[in-house]
Design a protein around this ligand. Structure first.
Ligand SMILES: O=c1ccn([C@@H]2O[C@H](COP(=O)(O)O)[C@@H](O)[C@H]2O)c(=O)[nH]1
Length: 278
């Protein structure tokens, strides 16, 4: 039987520590690394990240948009990033933030969450704003194949509260997303495979995550201003299941492989010691 995403994530994080590093080949970072804003420059950037990070860091999160902007050659680089990161032992969370009508979600599930697809990752990000139920084909494909999903709940951007904090009856929209994920994760051991995205920049939590039983991806940490102290304020002292993710904050240390790896390990060690592990 396929091992669940929750089990794979829990085991790898306990070995490699709580950090996800984003692979976001911004044009400005390519320039900073002395690379051209071309598919060749993209490939050099992305494969340097894989070489530096995939053998050490638990989760790598390529941001699909920065690969898509280079067209089919960019997608070919993304396929390579996914395959070679997995070969080096990292879990790959593909940040695509997909959300659509159920019939189209079936196609996204085939693309990203099904064995044999060239873009199949270990997990993807999903947007629930066509209704959490519209994500069902992706949730089922993930569950069946031992993959995971991270559903946007409280995102790190300043525009988010107007939608996510709005009330849907007595609960906020974000709380309805949390509750729907919690229902699907109930009783799964060690944790369920439906994670949520909760930004490090949100100030205060304002939702009850007590029943979630799933992982929490925490972007906004680093370049967007979120700190470890913010993460503590939001999640309290129990940082179990919290996976901070940083892209530019780590990538700025490149292009030297050793400098990039050292920055990622320094960031990871700070999180691990704040979380009181090891
Ligand atoms: O709420 C969200 C959800 C996703 N992201 C993504 O994470 C990275 C953040 O990059 P940094 O350079 O560390 O700021 C990026 O790919 C976003 O698309 C997010 O920032 N907030």
């Amino acid at each position: 039987m396929t091992e669940s995403f929750g089990a794979r994530l829990t085991a790898l994080v306990s070995r490699r520590g709580q950090l996800c590093v984003g692979i976001d080949p911004h044009p400005g970072l390519l320039e900073q690394w002395g690379l051209a804003d071309t598919p060749d420059g993209l490939e050099r950037f992305a494969m340097t990240c894989v070489e530096a990070l995939a053998g050490e860091i638990a989760v790598l999160k390529p941001q699909s948009a920065f690969f898509e902007r280079h067209g089919s050659k960019g997608i070919a680089v993304l396929e390579r990033v996914i395959a070679e990161s997995q070969q080096a032992g990292a879990l790959v969370l593909l940040d695509v933030k997909r959300g659509d009508v159920g019939s189209t979600m079936t196609a996204y599930a085939a693309a990203y969450l099904t064995d044999g697809s060239p873009l199949a990752a270990d997990a993807v990000t999903l947007s629930p704003y066509l209704g959490f139920g519209s994500l069902e084909p992706a949730l089922q494909a993930a569950e069946k194949s031992g993959r995971g999903v991270f559903v946007l709940a409280l995102t790190s951007n300043p525009e988010a509260p107007e939608v996510q904090r709005a009330l849907n009856g007595p609960r906020s929209i974000a709380q309805t997303v949390v509750d729907a994920a919690a229902e699907r994760n109930a009783g799964v051991r060690p944790i369920g495979g439906i994670g949520l995205v909760v930004g490090a920049t949100i100030g205060s939590l304002g939702v009850d995550l007590g029943a979630l039983n799933g992982p929490l991806l925490v972007p906004g940490f680093g370049a967007q201003g979120g700190t470890l102290s913010d993460i503590r304020t939001i999640f309290g002292n129990s940082l179990r299941n919290v996976l901070p993710t940083s892209s530019r904050g780590v990538l700025k240390a490149g292009p030297d492989v050793f400098a990039l790896r050292s920055e990622a390990l320094r960031t990871r060690d700070a999180i691990v010691s704040a979380a009181g592990h090891h």
